[in-house]
Write a protein that binds this ligand. Structure first.
Ligand code: G5P
Ligand code: MG
Length: 214
């Protein structure tokens, strides 16, 4: 497997973005985050952004037809290795995805929910780039400002505790068939841990076996 056509799966706050950052830093892979694309459309007030903002703010899933169209469009630009983060989120999305591309790796992250709930209280992001910070884990160099652009960091609307509960509930009720679907294709690899460092300690050597480092 020298070209990854992959997915990173995991609950909200399980570290998909954090681990993806480490992957793209070490390997030649493009990171495609459905949430980052939606948030950028919301903050730029595009037509799509206006349609999806109420779903995202409430922690509800955006309808499958919208997401399938959005991701198919995005994927047209990428023929090399890529990692999808946040998509697919329903079995309908998973089935649609494999109609169009042959996925060869699904990285499934498992982190206890009590840890996730604590982390999300402290998440700050640089919205234009999707860069992620966490007070106490990966602090920005200057409090409140992005390391690269020095622009202001913001908290995500959907990181309010009540919305986090809703997102975790949605995840728990939708993930099982997706896991089974990819398990049956023999491409699911699960990495469990209480921290991203612990997960990275297992994932990095695994990836090195299959793909060339940068
Ligand atoms: P997203 O954007 O896909 P989620 O909910 O799946 O959002 P999220 O919240 O982006 O996932 P993550 O990427 O898994 O979480 O986690 P992360 O950001 O890397 O880490 C969370 C925090 O913990 C960060 O602050 C990080 O620094 C910190 N952290 C990481 N590791 C550690 C650690 O070891 N220790 C500590 N202390 N901290 C750590 O989707 C958002 C919304 O968009 C819509 C939905 O409305 C969704 O709710 N959406 C879709 N709807 C339908 N279908 C789709 N396919 C959709 N995709 C998006
Ligand atoms: Mg994320």
């Amino acid at each position: 497997m020298n070209r990854i056509k992959g997915i990173i799966l995991g609950a909200p706050g399980s570290g998909k973005g954090t681990i993806s950052d480490r992957i793209i830093h070490n390997f030649n892979i493009k990171h495609i985050s459905s949430g980052d694309i939606l948030r950028s459309n919301i903050s730029n007030k595009t037509e799509l952004g206006k349609t999806v903002s109420c779903y995202v703010a409430a922690g509800k899933l955006v309808p499958d037809e919208i997401m399938n169209r959005l991701i198919q469009n995005e994927m047209k630009n990428h023929i090399e290795s890529w990692l999808l983060d946040g998509y697919p989120r329903t079995i309908t999305q998973a089935v649609k995805l494999v109609e169009n591309v042959e996925i060869n790796l699904v990285i499934n992250l498992i982190v206890p929910f009590n840890i996730i709930i604590d982390r999300l209280k402290n998440r700050w992001i640089h919205e234009p780039s999707g860069r992620i910070y966490n007070i106490g884990f990966n602090n920005p160099k200057v409090p409140g400002l992005d390391d690269i652009t020095q622009e202001k960091l913001v908290q995500r609307e959907d990181d309010k505790p009540s919305v986090v509960q809703e997102r975790l509930k949605t995840y728990s009720s939708t993930v099982k068939p997706i896991i089974e679907f990819f398990k049956s294709k023999d491409i699911l690899e699960t990495f469990e841990g209480k921290s991203s460092d612990e997960i990275w300690g297992k994932l990095y050597p695994f990836l090195c076996k299959y793909i060339e480092k940068k």
